[in-house]
Design a protein around this ligand. Structure first.
Ligand SMILES: [Zn+2]
Length: 230
């Protein structure tokens, strides 16, 4: 499924970023060799956090494989789930939560919300929230990042928060493991949200790139958390 990024394009320049504790975070070479210039651990975890997000699942093949990679690095992430997949694979919703991740609303059937009536948008969000538990999810990610003032208002009137992303890996287009990996490690900065997918098609490149990227980022002092407000 195509996701058009509407966030500002991230700068691909290899700019060093000094994080808490004096560790200098430098994008690694494409070879995957860590380029951390200081081994000093960051003193403030918040300044080393990066937020991986996974859309379009859960999926019986790919969600467990993503979970296994995240576990390997003791990483936490946020999963934006499609409601009709949640009811198809309810055990995967439980698995994702059991591993300590957070789950949020990615609509019932993955439509472009800007093309739906307000009643239909509300239906999409309600049905998904109901499938995911007794309370509304804290965050909503509109499919394709397609949103406008009306959609933002609907979401916020529900007491939910719209969440897009900073780093679009475009993993859904299967550009190759190394390309996905490079998009992550060259654009990583503390506080950024990374968009990946555990559903919507063959995600073997996503799984492989995630494994390499987490190894690289961990060596550079990053910590992997779910989005704190989701
Ligand atoms: Zn999606």
């Amino acid at each position: 499924m195509s996701h058009a990024s509407i966030t500002a394009a991230v700068c691909a320049a290899a700019t060093a970023v000094v994080v808490a504790g004096g560790a200098t975070v430098v994008p690694a070479r494409a070879s995957g060799t860590p380029a951390t210039t200081s081994a000093a651990p960051a003193a403030t975890a918040a300044f080393t956090d990066i937020y991986f997000t996974f859309d379009d699942g859960p999926h019986p093949t790919w969600t467990p494989r993503v979970l296994a990679v995240l576990r390997k690095y003791n990483a936490r992430a946020t999963f934006f789930m499609v409601g009709q997949n949640v009811v198809r694979y309810p055990y995967l919703l439980s698995s994702v939560r059991a591993y300590g991740h957070h789950t949020s609303n990615h609509t019932w059937s993955h439509p472009n919300l800007t093309q739906l009536s307000t009643a239909s948008v509300t239906w999409q969000l309600n049905k998904t929230d109901a499938a995911m538990g007794s309370t509304r999810r804290k965050c909503v990610r509109p499919p394709y990042g397609a949103t406008n003032d009306r959609i933002r208002s609907i979401i916020s009137a529900r007491g939910q928060r719209q969440v897009l992303w900073n780093i679009d890996t475009r993993d859904w287009s299967r550009p190759g493991t190394t390309t996905i990996y490079n998009r992550i490690v060259y654009n990583a900065r503390p506080g950024r949200i990374v968009l990946m997918h555990d559903g919507g098609g063959d995600r073997s490149q996503t799984v492989a790139a995630l494994d390499r990227a987490l190894a690289n980022l961990r060596s550079r002092g990053y910590t992997f958390r779910y989005i704190p407000y989701c």
